[in-house]
Write a protein of this length. Structure first.
Length: 80
C-alpha cells in the first residue's frame, strides 16, 4: 500500500510487508477481504490531492493492482 501527495504536510506512506509467511495454499477464499488500517502505522493530516495504490501478488493470481485518487482536508480523505 502506498499513499502519496498533499500540498501542506505532504504524505509519503509506504507499507510493504508480507502478510502471510507459510507453505499454505488456501489463505484466502475467492471473495474474501483483508483490511489494513493505516491508522495503526501513521495518522494522515494535510491538504491536497492523494494517490492511493494497492498491489497484491500470489503464485496463483500473479500481480493485481489498483490506484484511487483522493483529496485530503485535515484528517478527512475523500475518494473519487
Amino acid at each position: 500500500m502506498t499513499v502519496i501527495g498533499g500540498w501542506i504536510k505532504p504524505i509519503d506512506f509506504h507499507y510493504d510487508e508480507l502478510l502471510f509467511i507459510c507453505n499454505c495454499t488456501d489463505v484466502f477464499e475467492p471473495g474474501d477481504t483483508y483490511t489494513l488500517s493505516t491508522s495503526e502505522y501513521e495518522t494522515f493530516f494535510g491538504i491536497g490531492f492523494l494517490e492511493i495504490s494497492i498491489v497484491v501478488s500470489s503464485q496463483a493470481t500473479g500481480i493485481i493492482s489498483t490506484t484511487k485518487n483522493a483529496f485530503i482536508i485535515g484528517a478527512l480523505i475523500i475518494l473519487f
